[in-house]
Ligand binder design. Sequence first.
Ligand code: NOJ
Length: 534
Amino acid sequence: MSWWETAVGYEVYLRSFADGDGDGVGDFAGLTGKLGYIASIGVDAVWVTPFYPSPQADFGYDVADYRDVDPVYGSLDDFDAFVGEAHRLGLKVVLDIVPNHSSSEHPFFKAALRGGPGSTYWDRYVWRDPAPGGGPPNNWLSIFGGPAWTYVPEHGKYYMHLFLPAQPDFNWASPKVREEFVDILRFWAARGADGFRVDVAHSLLEHPDYPDNPLSDELRPGAAPRHFGHLEHLYDLDQPGVPEIFREWRRAVGPDVYLVGEVYLGEPEKVRKYVTGGALHQSFFFGLNALEWDPPELGRRIRRAVEVVPAGWGWVQGSHDEHRAVTRYGGGPKGVQRSLALWTAMMGLPGTPFLYQGEELGLENGAVAAGNVLDPVGLRQPSEGRDPCRTPMPWTISGETHGFSDGAAPWLLSRRRPDHETVEFQEAAADSPLKSMRALLAARRETASGRVGPVRRLDAPEGVVAYARDGVAHLANLTDEPVEVEVEVEVEAAGAWVLAYATNGGRPADGAVRLADGAVRLGERSGVILRKAS
Ligand code: NOJ
């Protein structure tokens, strides 16, 4: 079995995790010092967001050098120290690779701009002539707003960018681009990376003719497309040649390096070809991220995803790109419990659950005043801004920055957190989201071995996720009412299931009661892991 098949991952948004050198920006020294905390939660792998030299126009997702560390995050030696310590603690390391686009400060793009059409590096990016009557070559839009094309008057050409103009798209039809990325992956694998998270993995190629995309139903009749959702992305995303690129990567880095993609395509059926047939191992499952609290719909979407590609998912509730799950689920103690109940549902599925930093604390969105917004998306479309999920980790109760930095003000300014949201408070409390998450992960680990079989759905009322797999059952009551669930037991007597964990406080008695007739009573917003008594 490969390590990721039983692992739980933890996403670190490096800028906001822990600042080791007092400049207000999280870095490798800070992260390395906190690896003991990460290991203590009970996760097995750390995914670190991009740390490469970058002008930070999109906070590191605009890479100017793929084989080094930006001085703001440390040095290659600091990276090596981080990997060494992670491995010593038994944690795998997953790096974030950004193959769709570079920074406009990348030497290849600068050389293309200098050299013009036909020069050595020109072909590494996507250049097109203006439309016949002038203007951009087609109607494609940037995900971050505005056209997907920027004009370069000296050369009379447009270049394409799915994101900011400062993030020109690589031309993946070029063999040179392919060679370059294989080399980059090998570079980091040789330095100890155990896997890669692949940024916007579904968008590397475009249709070779660059036709207009059709208008989507979201657009009012007669209106001009202005927003990414106003187009149907037939020609700029999800082109047939993309999974083959990941097959090449797998062949290049070998079977032990894990590849998990950000394949943001909605329907599990569309994602399937990226996570089967030797392409990526998994994609994150984004089917829940835009969803507010809707238990029957959450259950349905999880079920469908598992049916379509059983082991193909990295299970997430949020990331550095989404509003925090607890906030989306209503906030306060109710939001925290809902999120934990959903984690109980996710923790027994095939695939790899990934916590986003602070989810173990039940963190809500951070509050960033309008004048302090820094995210390029937030500056263009305030309601979609990503700063609220990127505010610094609250470590200590006291201190200006809750122990994130002991020097300068943090790079992203936000309102102080209440005491109960800090690591210090939750470590000391008898009962806290952190303690519940530890109990959940311990129960998962205790019941994990040999869980390779298919997921068998158990009968349960709507809004309750209930399934069994290899002698372990997960019951998660996503509703706000207590429920009773019959636990079907095939061979053993009805009483043979043992409670390993209950979401409310981590102690079985708080969240669930096992009844004599083989049923379990679950409190509202609580879940349990059950295993057969041996
Ligand atoms: C997805 C990343 O998660 C996001 O933060 C970034 O802005 C875009 N890709 C562009 O790289």
